[in-house]
Design a protein around this ligand. Sequence first.
Ligand SMILES: *Cc1c(COP(=O)(O)O)cnc(C)c1O
Length: 395
Amino acid sequence: MEFDSTTFPLRPAWAEIDLGKLRRNVQLIRRDLPARVRLLAVVKDEAYGHGALDVARVAVEEGAWGFGLSTLEEAMALRDAGITAPLLLLGERQEAELSWCVAHNLTVCVNEEHTVRALAKIASGFGKQVSVHLKVHTGMSRYGVRWDQALPLIELICSEKSLQLEGVMTHFSQSDETDKSFANLQFARFNEVLQDLAARGVSVKLRHTCNSGGFLDLPHAHLDMVRVGILMYGVFPSSVCRRIPGIKPVMSVKARIAAIQHLKAGEVVGYGMRYTAPGERRIAVLPIGYGDGFPRVRNQGGALIRGQRAPLIGGIAMDALMVDITDIPEAQMWDEAVLMGCQGDEQITVHDLAKLKNSVSYDVLTNWRLRLRRKSVNGTTTNEHKLTRMETAPA
Ligand SMILES: *Cc1c(COP(=O)(O)O)cnc(C)c1O
């Protein structure tokens, strides 16, 4: 008996990442965009929990120009794995990060004077001219220089020979709701900055404003590039935004039945005895809980087993939850249950889970914890490599 990774008995709970669906989604997004508009694939937070390296490899093959990331660690993990495409670090950098960014050709968003000066100095020390993207705040009040105060910063960037103003960007506070009035106000403010740039004869290669919602619903704001995250993973940012037929969720969450219990009328289930059996019940225990990122619910939601809905009963525990399988008599030990995704004709969507925790789809996707192993399917990259934070397990 060998005790190595090929014989390791994998936990009967996992997140399945369908790289074939991801590839199709990126193709559909690419096809929906005019050819001149670049696609920045947003892969921050391990590609919203899908595994940044697998996603990056597929997206590069399907024509993504580069990647949007949040932290230096995320960017370095892709560089270390051999991704050479442009990596744009969204947000603000600490000064200590700047030399790493210059050394590894990471593109920094700049928001204020101090960072511009520090970055310019480091770049010239390296004998490099580095690309930067100016982030303009047009109403979101997060990162970025105010739209009506951007000019001095633009002039400073242009005066630094070791910097090249490759991009100028803003971010919408609300792009996926029916009411686009605030997004349009933000876009008008952004255009004032673009006019100032043009008046000074500064040409910027990449002007970009749109996330998934903007990409879908604000075609006049596409400009030179769109920054798409959630839609690539097959999840529409809201129920009212435009639909692209064929876009499918990439991640499913599954577990196998690890115990079956038979209850008599009046018996209770789980911590706090939140469920009392009204009659004889047959219940299944699934070895997945809030410690894996499932919303901490009681008597709400459920799982799909043998193509049917099994309602969740009692309160969910850290490592287990119970579902009622009385009406699924064919269900057996180690049957596969779907907690997010499709089985037969039934589906539990990311939005269904978001509703259970009073939150949004982004929160559900990024909350699946890393102890829930990611299993890539329908891809060529499965098991070729180890992710830094997640192991791609054998199929
Ligand atoms: C996360 C992020 C995006 C991607 O947003 P989605 O709604 O997932 O498409 C785009 N731009 C910025 C600045 C971001 O932080």
